[in-house]
Design a binder for this molecule. Structure first.
Ligand code: TRP
Length: 99
């Protein structure tokens, strides 16, 4: 049965919730959309921007050259901002930042 909790866990990102969400924190979302960011220089920053009326950075991650981050869109994260030179792969295509 599809419990209220399971529906809530799928949330705005639309992913199918995995069983056994952790207490507190953000539950895993199996099929939430994701992007791949590959740093082409040291100190590339990836920010997670909040969903909803205001858009603020709630998380930031630094990558050094050659490091790759696979990042999902989740309930709290509606958009991402990349600062510095990076290759970004998404389901709408490939783009380079910082050029
Ligand atoms: N707070 C905004 C929202 O929920 C975040 C956002 C979504 C956004 N898509 C964006 C910000 C594209 C900049 C560009 O709509």
């Amino acid at each position: 049965m599809d419990t209220e909790g399971a529906a809530a866990r799928r949330g705005a990102a639309g992913g199918r919730a995995l069983p056994g969400p952790p207490e507190g924190g953000v539950p895993p979302q199996e099929s939430a959309r994701y992007i791949v960011v590959k740093a082409l220089e040291d100190g590339v920053t990836i920010m997670g921007l909040t969903r909803g009326r205001d858009t603020r950075s709630h998380h930031s991650e630094k990558l050094d050259r050659g490091e790759v981050m696979v990042a999902q869109f989740t309930d709290p994260t509606a958009a991402r901002k990349v600062r510095g030179r990076a290759e970004i792969l998404t389901d709408v295509g490939r783009v380079e930042s910082g050029v």
